[in-house]
Design a protein around this ligand. Structure first.
Ligand code: NAG
Ligand code: NAG
Ligand code: NAG
Ligand code: NAG
Length: 458
């Protein structure tokens, strides 16, 4: 009886020992063993997606922005460095353990992965230092989490009409390459539409832009072979115009103001005035070139171009003003030597009672300066009148031409004078600043209006 009891006790002891050893061994080797048993050919076919005969796999996508590098206006793209997350459920990988398997990138080729790609990527790359920056976790219930570090250059069509007060919307679209809507459905984490939580604060500020919003949405594309499901994140960048205010707008405005110095300089110093005008024109051209070298050659006028063209026209006009002054001065010189002018001036002397007096008293001997000039005047006139008569005999002008000739004569009399030429500079000195001020007011008012309307639109 005792023996019997002893054997039973021993048996149960051994049994317990044996089962205890078994369970411990399982506890130690379990992950490898479990993984081996999960990934056997009989149990797992990595060529087939999970739930192949059933409904679509739902892939949940999220990302974390490490940096937004270059928003390239010339190539119209932007460079993103992100942690790219995907999550899907593969019931075949339900390992039955009460913990997550961390598998790094070692099982990548042995399990099924969604063939996600970035639709508008120009090129992209994984990071490989020191090993592939890819993480795979298998959680209880066969939930697979995938995380990879990706640098991606994505195309971003830009409309630069409002440059530099523009806002750019840069999309990043994700889609499956080989599985249609019936096989893979994408969705954003937690069904969010505002992705700003994907971007840390320090990545929101870029040298020339600030990220104002990140809009998440679902997309559905129709292709020849069927309908594809995808998701899209739209980064909205607002350009900070202060760079252009400092480096383009203010230099241009100052050059225009400097070109007005020309109106203060005497007419008789062409080197000073021409140099000032030409230098101003060249400087504005240089600023325009500098700006356009860093811009794509678009076939519309940008907002900044309007200002630069305005500045160019202003400096050009001040150069033109000087040429008008020079022209008038040259014509004045010719006019003052002409018969017309002399006749008029001699008439003036003639009607002046003083000059009469001198003429009467002077007789042949001339003491007075004025009557001397008159003497010369009259002899010159006589000579010129003679040639003039000859001319008129040949030409025999009609009544009509006579009138226009008279009009021109009046104009000449009016404009070919020292006073008129000086007035050109004086008027320019008032009109140029006034019109430039008006130009600025109009320019900045339209910009303010535009930005207001875009604010109300969005
Ligand atoms: C199992 O793990 C324990 C520690 O948890 C260890 O003491 C024991 O040696 C391991 N057994 C085997 C067979 O590796
Ligand atoms: C899983 O483990 C946690 C502790 O790590 C425990 O609280 C929980 O009850 C366990 N669940 C199951 C189903 O074993
Ligand atoms: C964000 O996307 C939704 C639709 O997905 C759209 O209705 C909304 O206007 C967008 N917001 C912005 C700021 O683009
Ligand atoms: C794709 O979706 C459209 C409706 O959006 C539907 O009319 C069409 O039949 C679908 N094509 C396929 C191949 O499922």
């Amino acid at each position: 009886m005792v023996w019997c009891a002893m054997t039973i006790l021993l048996a149960t002891y051994f049994c317990c020992e044996c089962s205890g050893a078994n369970s411990r061994r399982e506890g130690n080797k379990t992950v490898t063993e479990v993984l081996d048993s999960l990934l056997t050919k009989e149990h797992y076919d990595s060529r087939l997606r999970p739930n192949y005969e059933g409904g679509p796999v739902e892939v949940t996508v999220g990302f974390w922005v490490l940096s937004i590098n270059a928003i390239n206006v010339v190539d119209m793209d932007f460079l993103l460095d992100i942690f790219f997350r995907q999550e899907w459920t593969d019931e075949r990988l339900d390992h039955g353990l009460n913990k997550t398997m961390f598998l790094s990138n070692t099982v990548m080729d042995r399990i099924w992965m969604p063939d996600t790609y970035f639709v508008n990527a120009k090129h992209g790359s994984f990071h490989k230092i020191t090993t592939h920056n890819i993480m795979i976790m298998i959680m209880p219930g066969g939930v697979v989490k995938y995380n990879a570090r990706i640098t991606i250059k994505a195309a971003c069509p830009m409309d630069l009409r409002k440059f530099p007060m523009d806002t750019q919307h840069c999309p990043l679209s994700v889609e499956s390459y080989g599985y249609s809507k019936e096989h893979i459905k994408f969705k954003w984490e937690k069904g969010k539409t505002d992705g700003m939580s994907f971007v840390p604060g320090n990545a929101k500020m870029l040298p020339q832009y600030s990220l104002v919003s990140l809009n998440l949405s679902k997309i559905s594309n129709r292709y020849v072979v069927g309908n594809w499901s995808g998701i899209k994140a739209v980064f909205t960048f607002e350009r900070m115009a202060s760079y252009f205010l400092i480096h383009v707008y203010s230099p241009c405005a100052l050059i225009v103001i400097v070109s007005w110095i020309s109106f203060l300089l005497p007419r008789s110093s062409p080197p000073a005035r021409v140099t000032l005008g030409v230098t101003s024109v060249l400087t504005v051209v240089t600023v325009m070139n500098m700006l356009n070298n860093s811009m794509p050659k678009v076939n519309y006028v940008k907002t900044i171009d309007k200002y630069l063209i305005g500045c160019f026209l202003f400096v050009f006009a001040s150069l033109v003003e000087y040429s008008i002054v020079l022209f008038l001065a040259a014509r004045m010189k010719i006019y003052q030597e002409s018969y017309e002018y002399k006749k008029d001036n001699c008439k003036k002397f003639g009607t002046d009672p003083n000059s009469f007096k001198f003429l009467n008293h002077g007789g042949g001997v001339v003491f007075n300066r004025r009557s001397k000039s008159e003497k010369i005047c009259s002899t010159q006139l006589e000579m010129m009148e003679f040639s003039k008569l000859e001319d008129e005999m040949i030409e025999t002008p009609t009544q009509k031409t006579q009138r226009t000739w008279l009009d021109i004569k009046a104009l000449r009399k009016r404009f070919y004078t020292e006073k008129a030429i000086l007035a050109v500079d004086e008027y320019a000195l008032i009109l140029f600043p006034l019109s430039f001020g008006l130009f600025n007011v109009l320019y900045w008012l339209t910009i303010a209006n535009d930005s207001e309307s875009t604010f109300t639109n969005s």
